[in-house]
Design a protein around this ligand. Sequence first.
Ligand SMILES: [Zn+2]
Length: 106
Amino acid sequence: MPNAKYKLRKEDLVQVIAGKERGKQGKVLKIDRENGRVIVSGLNMVKKAMKKKSQTDRGGIVAVEAPIHISNVMIVCKKCNKPVRAGYKIIDGKKKRVCRKCGEVL
Ligand SMILES: [Zn+2]
């Protein structure tokens, strides 16, 4: 399976571990596996100028999430309550993603 190293999935709660947003948490909105980047809800906001699309649209400056490099985020284990490394474990014959620290299914 290509890109298996990216254990993140949509809706995962992640914490930023590097850069200016370090320590902040958010939900994964989008994963760009090709470029190894993720969009995390409310994080790494950048101002973007929007063009007027119609008469009623005022355009202007909006804040949007910019992609964060996937290596700069880690999944948050709800049990450990901190960013952890994820691993895989076979539970009841199924491959589950687990916290490497406490074994909790993520
Ligand atoms: Zn854990």
